[in-house]
Write a protein that binds this ligand. Structure first.
Ligand code: SAH
Length: 374
C-alpha cells in the first residue's frame, strides 16, 4: 500500500486486515470505525456539540432534556410510583439530556428520591464529560456507568430506559441484490490499494420486508444490534418502559442510509475512517417488530415535533422566555423551533415507546386503538 499522508491510522489498519483476510463486511467496517480500541471514533474524539462533528437535540435546547425528565416522572407514576426505579440512559453523549431531565424531574414529588441512575457509555472521554455534567444534577444520587447494554439491562427492578441518537450508531449490514441473491456489501481494496466498496459474498437467508420483490442493485440495511437490544429488554420480568428517539423512518424498505459526518458535513463513508461519525437511519418498523416478538407493547413512532409539542414544549418555551434576559429570548425561541420544526429535526426524528404490556399507553402517544394495537 503506497505511503499516503492523508490516510488515517485506522484506514491503514483496515487496509492491512483486508489484504490479509479478504473483504470486510460493512457491518464490521462500521464497528471498527466507531469502536476500534485504538482508533475508533467514539474511543478518542469529542464528537458532539456545536464545536464537534454533529449536534443533537439536547445540545440545542435545554427544553429537550427537561421535557424528557417530566415524561420519565409521569412514566414512573404510571408504573405505580415504585420506591426504587432504575433509570438507564443509552449513549448519554455529554450528559446534557440526563442533567436537564433530572433538574426538571424535581417537579414530580418523590421521583428523584426513587432513582438509581445507569449510564451505558463505551467512550472514556464522554464518560468524564458525563461525570462533570452530572455532578450538580445528581448530588446524593447513585450513578453507575456500564460499557455495554447487557451490563445495565435488564434492571433489578422497575426500569425506564432513555435513548436519544443511540440506535443510529448501532452498526448496520448492507446487503446488495445481484439479480438472483443478496450479497454482503463489503470494503475491499482497489487497484491502488485504497479502500473501496465491493459486492461481497452471499448473505445467506435474509428476512427482507414484504411488498415489492428486490430488483438488481437494491440495497437493504439490517441492524443486528436491535435484536440484542430487544433480547435484553424482553428478558426483563419487571415493569419496563423504554423511549427511543432517533432519526429514521416509520416503515422499512430498500435503500441506503449509512452516512458519514465530519465537522457538521456529509463525507463519503470510506473517507478518513476513525475521524468521521458513521450512522444510519433507524427502521422503526423493524425495531417495533423485534420488541413485540419479545412480548413488549410498542407505541408510535410519532414525530419528535408531535412528542415535544404534546409534552408542552410551547408552554415551557413561553415560561422560559418570560423569565429570561432580553438577549436570551431569541435563543430560547430559536432552540425550540429547531428541535420541533416539522421540516427539520421535528419531522426527521421519530419517537417510539416500548413498555411492559401491562402498563398503560403513556402520553403523548395516542391510545393503542388508534395505532393498530400492540
Ligand atoms: N444521546 C447523546 C449522544 C448521542 S451520540 C445526545 O443526544 O447528545 C451516541 C452516544 O452513544 C455516544 O455517547 C457514544 O459514545 C455512545 N455509544 C455508541 N455506541 C455505543 C455502544 N455500542 N455502547 C455504548 N455506548 C455507545
Amino acid at each position: 500500500m503506497p505511503e499516503e499522508p492523508d490516510l488515517t491510522p485506522l484506514a491503514l489498519k483496515i487496509g492491512e486486515q483486508i489484504a490479509r483476510q479478504g473483504v470486510m463486511p460493512v457491518l464490521e467496517y462500521m464497528h471498527a470505525c466507531l469502536h476500534d480500541p485504538q482508533h475508533g471514533y467514539y474511543r478518542r474524539r469529542q464528537a458532539i456539540g456545536a464545536e464537534g462533528d454533529f449536534t443533537t437535540a439536547p445540545e440545542i435546547s435545554q427544553m429537550f432534556g427537561e421535557l424528557i425528565g417530566v415524561w420519565a416522572g409521569v412514566a414512573w407514576r404510571a408504573m405505580g410510583a415504585p420506591a426504587r426505579l432504575e433509570l438507564v440512559e443509552l449513549g448519554p453523549g455529554r450528559g446534557t439530556m440526563i442533567s436537564d431531565a433530572l433538574r426538571a424531574g424535581r417537579i414530580v414529588p418523590g421521583f428523584l428520591g426513587a432513582l438509581r441512575i445507569h449510564l451505558v457509555e463505551s467512550n472514556r472521554a464522554l464518560k468524564e464529560a458525563q461525570r462533570r455534567a452530572l455532578a450538580a444534577a445528581t448530588a446524593g444520587l447513585a450513578v453507575h456507568w456500564h460499557e455495554a447494554l447487557d451490563q445495565a439491562l435488564p434492571g433489578d427492578g422497575p426500569t425506564i430506559v432513555l435513548a436519544n441518537e443511540f440506535l443510529d450508531a448501532l452498526p448496520v449490514r448492507q446487503l446488495v441484490f445481484d439479480g438472483v441473491a443478496w450479497r454482503e456489501r463489503s470494503v475491499g481494496l482497489d487497484a491502488n490499494g485504497r479502500l473501496a466498496l465491493v459486492t461481497g459474498p452471499p448473505a445467506g437467508t435474509v428476512d427482507v420486508p414484504s411488498g415489492r420483490g428486490p430488483r438488481e442493485g437494491d440495497i437493504f440495511e439490517l441492524r443486528p444490534g436491535l435484536d440484542e437490544l430487544a433480547d435484553v429488554l424482553g428478558r426483563s420480568q419487571r415493569p419496563l418502559v423504554a423511549l427511543f428517539i432517533d432519526y429514521g423512518h416509520a416503515a422499512g424498505g430498500f435503500g441506503e442510509t449509512l452516512q458519514a459526518i465530519r465537522r457538521q458535513r456529509h463525507v463519503p463513508i470510506l473517507e478518513r475512517p476513525g475521524e468521521t461519525d458513521l450512522s444510519a437511519h433507524v427502521d422503526f418498523e423493524d425495531l417495533a417488530r423485534r420488541l413485540r416478538e419479545r412480548g413488549l407493547a410498542v407505541d408510535g413512532p410519532i414525530t419528535q415535533a408531535e412528542f415535544l409539542l404534546g409534552l408542552g414544549l410551547a408552554e415551557r418555551a413561553a415560561r422560559l422566555m418570560a423569565g429570561a434576559r432580553p438577549g436570551q429570548i431569541g435563543l430560547i425561541e430559536a432552540g425550540a423551533r429547531r428541535i420541533c420544526d416539522p421540516a427539520g429535526m421535528g419531522g426527521r426524528f421519530k419517537v417510539a415507546c416500548a413498555r411492559s404490556a401491562a402498563l398503560p399507553v403513556l402520553p403523548p402517544f395516542p391510545p393503542a386503538a388508534r395505532q393498530g394495537g400492540p
